[in-house]
Design a protein around this ligand. Structure first.
Ligand SMILES: CC(C)(COP(=O)(O)OP(=O)(O)OC[C@H]1O[C@@H](n2cnc3c(N)ncnc32)[C@H](O)[C@@H]1OP(=O)(O)O)[C@@H](O)C(=O)NCCC(=O)NCCS
Length: 161
């Protein structure tokens, strides 16, 4: 399959939102109830937060035939840790090793800040993937996502002393 990984542009907001929503519907549905998936997939980005985040944090997309099918967002937190904020792939690109590639690209970006840890809040769906990427569970969490309480995990990867 031909795909392209590129930096996210401001004008990608609606297509990234759409890929994010499809990822939840197509990939997370086995792990959460219908009601949880309905609320979780009601993804709606705020234009103001989007612009600021795309301009100042790490955002990449995966495109197939000009359509955004996945995204990865990472940032440096105020406490000095790195954070993988989200990785969401549609079924078109999932399961082919591209998730590993984009997360490794995010590690490379975060490396310039020399964080002690990289943290994330992972879904039930993505936990085995993040474990493969070297993260360990530090806490179980219930995340309120647009009114749905989702079982998630705070995960961490220690990288610098
Ligand atoms: C999480 C996600 C981005 C992973 O991307 P992906 O491209 O499917 O993952 P990869 O194919 O790169 O997998 C990398 C490794 O993790 C393993 N892996 C991925 N998903 C797995 C699963 N559910 N169970 C066991 N192992 C898994 C792969 O086998 C692979 O192992 P290998 O390197 O030894 O071969 C994708 O599955 C997804 O979009 N999930 C739904 C959205 C979601 O929950 N995102 C997380 C929000 S925090």
């Amino acid at each position: 399959m031909d795909y392209k990984i590129r930096k996210t542009k401001l004008e990608d907001m609606k297509s990234v939102e759409d890929a994010h929503r499809r990822s939840i519907l197509e990939i997370c549905s086995n792990d959460y109830t219908l009601d949880q998936i309905e609320k979780f997939s009601g993804v709606k980005y705020s234009a103001e937060i989007w612009d600021n985040s795309v301009n100042n944090e790490y955002h990449i997309v995966v495109e197939v035939s000009g359509r955004v099918e996945g995204m990865c967002h990472a940032k440096l937190r105020e406490d000095g840790d790195g954070e993988i904020v989200g990785v969401y792939f549609s079924k078109v690109i999932a399961g082919q090793g591209i998730g590993r590639d984009v997360v490794e690209m995010a590690f490379d970006y975060l490396d310039q800040f020399k964080p002690k840890n990289i943290i994330l809040t992972g879904t039930l769906t993505a936990k085995p993937f993040y474990e493969k990427m070297g993260f360990v569970e530090v806490e179980k969490k219930k995340i309120n996502c647009r009114g749905a309480l989702l079982d998630c995990f705070k995960m961490e990867k220690h990288i610098n002393d």
